[in-house]
Ligand binder design. Structure first.
Ligand code: NAI
Ligand code: MG
Length: 344
């Protein structure tokens, strides 16, 4: 019986996780779902935003489904020393699981083109997957220094680090439209030359997938003018951070966007939005980002693609029937969730 660690967290986290659990119980009733604490609520209960009890539960888990962490701007959590704040719990969780590949699908669903800031005919073409390297590059390179008048960071990658995230991009492309665009700045950066060489060599093992290379600055433009060019975008950590936030505005609501973070072992699945303290407790949060994260969990950690497809189709149907407030509708979290369950 596959085990899923469920971490609702703070703010709207428990509300959107409640919706995703209802869906998982419907499509995968054999799963063992174990709830554990993370973030501010974990600090309040156990004095640690990533407590030992949660770490112990993760040892047994095949996958982890996370809600959101963090408090309102005036929350007492924000006055704690940084390692005890809710957000540190999440960063420690990601590092603990060694999740080096962050997958973010970005799609404008049919019928929801009007929410996108893009013109409808351009919005209709948005259906891409960003695969971002998550544990390397400038953010983790130990070669760094901060002086009074000068400072530097270093973007270092090894061939092995590039290959392990590249593998995720090529495999994902095989399941999609078969095109990987590798993002770099090989015209000025040596590390991008290695990135490009490594990915080019790796592509030979995936004959059904076409690979092309684009410079990151060009991708930033084309992502909003010709998004239909892209199927899978493969990128290093810093470029991916920026491009994935840019891409996140394309569907028009943060509440729609799921993500998966994968490594050697337990995968981590979470919506990309935060704890939305302004609407927490009101029952109006859009649960789709979390439900779609649960679908990614079924697909990537449990190999249940058919169930994942069913959930994604049900979400599309439900969104047309019962849109939440962030989508210009009036449905509550529960009403949208009920519509998803009906569509299943
Ligand atoms: P946020 O994503 O929580 O909220 C931004 C805006 O989007 C708000 O108006 C909110 O109501 C709305 N929104 C977000 N998710 C929604 C949903 N599912 N349905 C409907 N509306 C939704 O970002 P913000 O306000 O910057 O951060 C709030 C807290 O969340 C902070 O404590 C921050 O540190 C934390 N945070 C946590 C993240 C995580 O758990 N992965 C990620 C980002 C922020
Ligand atoms: Mg970011």
């Amino acid at each position: 019986m596959p085990k899923v660690a469920v971490l609702p967290g703070d703010g709207i986290g428990p509300e959107v996780i409640g919706a995703a659990l209802a869906v998982l119980r419907e499509v995968a009733p054999d799963l063992s779902l174990e709830e554990c604490r993370i973030g501010g609520c974990a600090y309040d209960a156990e004095g640690d935003p990533f407590p030992p009890s949660t770490q112990a539960a993760l040892v047994e888990a095949d996958a982890a489904l996370l809600g959101t962490v963090g408090g309102a701007p005036d929350s007492p959590w924000n006055r704690l020393p940084r390692p005890q704040r809710p957000e540190s719990g999440l960063l420690r969780l990601r590092e603990h699981l060694g999740v080096f590949a962050n997958l973010r699908p970005v799609q404008v669903m049919p019928g929801l083109e009007h929410l996108s800031p893009l013109r409808p005919e351009i919005a209709a073409g948005v259906d891409l997957l960003i695969v971002r390297e998550l544990l390397g590059g400038a953010y983790f390179d130990p070669r760094r220094e901060r002086g009074e008048e000068a400072a530097f960071n270093t973007i270092g990658y090894t061939r092995a680090e590039i290959e392990r995230v590249g593998e995720h991009a090529f495999r994902a492309a095989q399941e999609r439209r078969g095109a990987v665009t590798s993002v770099d700045k090989a015209n000025v950066l040596e590390v991008s030359e290695l990135w490009r060489d490594t990915v080019t060599a790796q592509a030979r093992a995936f004959p059904g997938v076409t690979l092309n290379h684009e410079y990151v600055d060009s991708v930033a433009t084309l992502l909003v003018t010709q998004p239909e060019r892209y199927d899978v975008l493969l990128t290093e950590n810093l470029f991916g951070d920026i491009l994935s936030d840019l891409a996140a505005v394309l569907p028009g609501s943060l509440g729609l966007m799921p993500s998966a973070s994968l490594g050697a072992g337990t995968g981590l699945y979470e919506p990309i939005h935060g704890s939305a303290p302004d609407i927490a407790g009101q029952g109006v949060a859009n649960p789709c980002g979390t439900i779609l994260s649960a679908a990614m969990l079924l697909r990537y950690s449990l190999g249940r693609s058919a169930e994942a497809d069913r959930v994604e189709a049900a979400v599309r149907t439900a969104l047309r029937e019962q849109p939440t407030r962030d989508l210009g509708g009036t449905a509550s979290t529960q009403e949208l969730t009920a519509a998803v369950l009906r569509a299943l």
